[in-house]
Design a protein around this ligand. Structure first.
Ligand code: 6LW
Length: 522
């Protein structure tokens, strides 16, 4: 059956997957965004629904210190004896594990693991659990290291031992993302090498015994490093899963580049079937592709239509760092945002900003709201956000006692646009298509008119280039007290150019009421 990559569109890097019976669970990195570590569920590997987040209480992790591109990196999800375990790195704090018996019903507080390195992973084996990261060896060479662990306390039960130094022809080059598997008498170690940009790869090694010695696979299992100006770049950082029929698959990250290797949507989650040849895994032709064929059992839906339920907070909503709860009032079917003096542009700020991952290269976001600013400098509306230093605001703003529609850019060259505003409710629309956004607005009883068309955000806006574009609603001011902005609707529709408008299906963002954990976050 033919399917399209990415299987999770928009900012979803560092995927990790596990299976429980006929159910598949996938997690991705969330960086400075809260709640952290989205958990997606599928029964067919190509249609995914977000069912929650592992980190949904601010006390779980110190978000206050999470600068752009930091925070939560590279989670791994595993299931063992009725429990899910997710382990990840929180920059500046170290490695942690959370657990849950039901991912729709919340996760434990994290336990710390006293092991260095990033991209932690778990293997359950013979009644024991093993933990590995890319902790360096004693000579400070890049390595994959492992120890036995008590998964419930995070205590290490054995000394940490180096098990691999990466593909010998490449070392040392960002050896990361280790994942271990036991199959047919072999231990397989998958890793990423080359760094997460244009030289990224999935590499592998195998051994008859868990702690090694590991022999290198002759060549990378997957990489697009030799393809310039292709449709797909940065392929690497993968995780394997065996489906319920015995077919193996890998999920991995890749970009659909704008130019070179970078995409303003960030790194997304791709899928490839895996064969076994001479006791080595093989991933198609060793390259990442948009259009793939694999032994699936359900057709893939494309596009999505997400209309916010403003009576409660849904798990897809994100804040930059932990939210100041009192600034978000879900009242009836309206959402009131209390403007914050913390701004979208504050490096460690907690602005009043509620956003979603941009659903796809082509998508439309529309809101309706009312805002009666009392002070100059107060504003509310939509933001296209990549980082505190790179974003657009499209807002209703008060300046010199008058109200305007304003478009401006944080970072980069852009001449701000200011247009006269009317009284009453306003609708704002962002139409994303490829590398541009068309911003338009309509006051009550009027037709939409264009405010500006702006280019997508770029690598220079991205800080560390680890995250992707989000679109959301915000309210900010310069005064101690300002009236709230009242949002009446929010909708993000993914438009698939191949199927045309009106053909909506479920992917990442679909499903409102189905979300079991909808109202618990925050
Ligand atoms: C991730 C690591 C990486 O932990 O980027 O460059 C980090 N490689 O594998 C954040 O996605």
């Amino acid at each position: 059956m033919i399917y399209e990559n990415p299987i999770l569109r928009g900012f979803n890097p560092d995927p990790s997957i596990c299976r429980v019976g006929k159910d598949y669970y996938l997690v991705t990195s969330s960086f400075e965004y809260f709640p952290g570590i989205p958990v997606y569920h599928s029964t067919d590997l190509v249609n995914w629904l977000q069912i929650g987040n592992c980190i949904e209480r601010p006390e779980q992790l110190p978000y206050g210190q999470a600068a752009a591109g930091q925070g939560v990196w590279a989670p791994t999800i595993r299931h063992h004896e009725g429990r899910f375990y997710v382990t990840a790195t929180f920059c500046g704090l170290g490695n942690v594990i959370v657990r849950s018996e039901d991912p729709t019903d919340g996760w434990s507080d994290p336990v710390r693991v006293e092991m260095d390195g990033i991209d932690p992973s778990l293997l359950f084996e013979g009644g024991k659990a093993y933990y590995c990261t890319n902790q360096r060896d004693e000579d400070d060479r890049e390595a994959i290291s492992m120890a036995e662990i008590d998964v419930d306390t995070g205590s290490l039960l054995s000394p940490v031992r180096v098990i691999w130094h990466g593909m010998s022809s490449l070392r040392p080059q960002y050896l990361e993302a280790p994942h271990l598997y036991h199959k047919d008498g072999w231990y397989y170690l998958l890793a990423a090498e080359g760094g997460t940009k244009e030289n990224h790869m999935i590499t592998a090694a195998r051994s008859r015994s868990l702690f090694g010695p590991y022999e290198d696979c002759e060549s990378p299992l997957l990489t697009n490093r030799h393809i310039r100006d292709g449709e797909v770049a940065c392929t690497g950082h993968g995780d394997l899963v065996e489906d319920e029929r015995g077919q193996w698959w890998a999920v991995y990250l890749a970009t659909r580049p704008d130019k070179g290797w970078y995409s303003h949507l960030g790194r997304e989650t791709f899928l490839t079937p895996v064969r076994w040849l001479d006791d080595w895994p093989a991933m198609g032709d060793g390259r990442g592709h948009l259009r793939c064929e694999g032994p699936l059992w359900a057709p893939q839906a494309v596009g999505s239509d997400w209309q916010a339920d403003l009576s409660c907070r849904q798990p897809q909503w994100l804040n930059v760092r932990e939210p100041v709860r009192e600034r978000y009032l879900f009242w009836g079917d309206r959402l009131h945002l209390i403007p914050s003096r913390e701004k979208l542009s504050d490096p460690l700020g907690r602005p009043t900003f509620l956003c979603l991952r941009q659903a796809d290269l082509s998508c439309e976001t529309e809101v309706e709201f009312r805002f009666e600013p009392q002070a100059d400098g107060s504003e509310a509306g939509l933001a296209i956000y990549l980082s505190d230093s790179g974003h657009y605001v499209f807002c209703l703003r008060r300046e010199a006692g008058r109200k305007f529609i304003e478009v401006r850019r944080q970072g980069g060259q852009f001449t701000p646009v200011r247009l006269k505003a009317e009284e009453g409710k306003v609708r704002m629309k962002i139409e994303a298509s490829g590398k541009a956004y068309r911003l338009s607005f309509a006051f009550e009883g009027q037709a939409f008119r264009e405010a500006a068309t702006v280019p997508s955000l770029s690598l220079a806006d991205a800080g560390r280039a680890f995250t992707g574009t989000l679109i959301g609603i915000f309210a900010q001011c310069d005064t101690a007290k300002e009236r709230d902005a009242e949002f009446l609707s929010f909708r993000m529709t993914e438009k698939n150019p191949e199927t045309g408008p009106g053909v909506f299906h479920k992917t990442v963002l679909a499903g409102n009421s189905e979300q079991a954990s909808a109202c618990r976050i925050g």
